[in-house]
Design a protein around this ligand. Structure first.
Ligand code: ADP
Length: 478
């Protein structure tokens, strides 16, 4: 069922209810105001009759009865009148009353009382009152037939019924037209959105000029499109880069195999080719592992539970490996690790990997004979692992890119060092998974400092970062 139809139906129903309530209220109000007018009239008549008795009191009872008959004929009491004396004797009773109201005035009290009587014939509104006229008590009853009143009311009912159906129909048509107009942009937006596919994700929906809900909807959809567009572009770029990176070692493997097969080779030549194939296939395997890890990270699939871990273990582990990596280049590696545990909610293997990525980079981009320092400290409820080197550094315009996938300042150099430009992307993802952040300070030719901050596990005290010995003189970082 379309919104348009539902809106019209709701509109129709609520209007019908309002109309019915309105008609009922008008009907009752009309009835009560007419009865009020009739009652007012009846009271005036009782007063008239009382005045007449006052004037004629001196007459004998028989004269009084005659006067009554005469005056009633001239309109006294509206022509429907009954008067009794103290003894309840009827002094006068209009002939037109007939048998309608036996004892119109018999129940009269000192206060005027009104009543609607419906005997045989048309309904009557009656008023009765016992009045004192110069010490003598008379009961006066007057009546007014209600047929005119009833006719007026019936006419009114007829008008209401006659007007209700067309006005409801008109309102429903108006509602249908209005909701159609209001919803027309929705159809347009739907059609526009239908035309957007992966091949034209840069298309944007046209926002209606009025700054209304639809404008906001289109704005939000456009923002979503922009996000999807940039995510798809990143994915396409990632796939292209990944294929490119995988191609290089595969070509090398192929070339080595071809070299071995082309003609008879010596044992040394064959061993050399085999080693090359091994090295390149190792590299390919590492690259595939990294790609898988990032793919899992993107899909949010790698969400192994975090548990309290002491960062010192992973840090010592990584520093030990860095010492081995740095040895061939004659680079000195020092570390400052606190005496007390540094607990974070973490994933131990991922944290080891994080420190190793930073330390491995430092080794790769530091010249032989350089110095690398690793520091683990706690500051303001955070643990901070800092890797400082006095290596080649990073140019300021390159800093914003270093965490991008496959980005390398010097592709040839990085590849020859075994890097594919994924290390820092993985490091950043690990830090973010631990609800932390990573920052870098660097000056070309002087060195770099990478600092990964992770929130301490709840309950961990905020110590100032007391570090174990081994603290070497700090290399410069920009
Ligand atoms: P790679 O596999 O190339 O090391 P990364 O993502 O780890 O990839 O690093 C991206 C780039 O950032 C590197 O190619 C290098 O240019 C730069 N970089 C990273 N760490 C350092 C460092 N400690 N000193 C200088 N440059 C660095």
């Amino acid at each position: 069922m379309s919104i348009r139809f539902r809106l019209t139906a709701w509109y129709f129903c609520s209007l019908a209810v309002i109309l019915v309530l309105f008609a009922l209220a008008a009907w009752f109000a009309m009835g009560s105001s007419m009865i009020q007018a009739v009652d007012h009239d009846l009271r005036m008549r009782v007063e008239d009759v009382q005045g007449f008795i006052d004037r004629e009191l001196a007459s004998t009872p028989s004269e009084l009865v005659e006067d009554f008959a005469e005056q009633a004929g001239l309109g006294l009491g509206g022509g429907l009148l009954e008067v009794r004396d103290e003894g309840g004797r009827v002094l006068y009773r209009s002939a037109r009353l007939g048998t309608w109201q036996p004892g119109l005035s018999s129940a009269a009290g000192p206060a005027i009382a009104y009543e609607t009587e419906s005997g045989k014939g048309p309904r009557l509104r009656v008023a009765a009152q016992a009045v004192d006229v110069r010490g003598r008590r008379f009961s006066i009853g007057v009546a007014q037939p209600l047929h005119e009143f009833q006719e007026a009311r019936e006419r009114f009912e007829g008008i209401l019924l006659l007007l209700a159906a067309p006005s409801l129909l008109l309102a429903a048509l108006g509602g249908f037209w209005l909701s159609g107009r209001a919803l027309a942009p929705v159809d347009r937006i739907t059609n526009e959105a239908r035309r957007i596919s992966i091949s034209n994700l840069d298309t944007r929906l046209q926002a209606p000029p009025a700054r209304d809900e639809l404008h906001r909807l289109v704005f939000t959809l456009n923002e979503m499109l922009a996000r999807i567009d940039s995510a798809v572009k990143r994915m396409v770029q990632f796939t292209a880069d990944a294929s490119h990176e995988l191609r290089a070692p595969l070509t090398l493997i192929h070339t080595a195999a071809e070299f071995s097969l082309r003609r008879e080779r010596t044992r040394e030549e064959l061993l050399g080719a085999m080693r090359k194939i091994m090295r390149e296939s190792d590299r390919t395997a590492r690259l595939v592992d990294d790609l898988l890890l990032l793919a899992r990270a993107d899909s949010g699939g790698d969400e192994s539970a975090l548990a309290p871990v002491d960062l010192r273990a992973s840090a010592r582990d990584a520093v030990e490996q860095a010492v081995i990596l740095a040895e061939p280049k004659g680079i000195r590696v020092t570390a400052g690790i606190p005496g007390e545990p540094v607990l974070v909610e973490g994933d131990e293997p991922a944290l080891s990997r994080l420190w190793l990525i930073l330390l491995d980079n430092a080794v790769k981009y530091t010249n032989p004979g350089g110095h690398i320092h690793f520091d683990l400290v706690t500051v303001n409820g955070h643990a901070e692992g800092k890797v400082t080197d006095d290596g080649v550094g990073i140019a300021p315009h390159e800093l914003p890119h270093i965490f991008d996938r496959f980005w390398r300042a010097d592709k040839v150099r990085s590849r020859s060092l075994g890097g594919a430009g994924l290390g820092l992307s993985i490091a950043q993802w690990i830090v973010e998974r631990h609800h932390g952040g990573i920052t870098v300070r660097s000056e070309p030719g002087k060195g770099s400092q990478f600092a990964a901050r992770l929130p301490l596990a709840a309950g961990e005290t905020l110590t100032g970062g007391a570090a174990e010995s081994q603290r070497a003189s700090r290399p410069h970082s920009g």
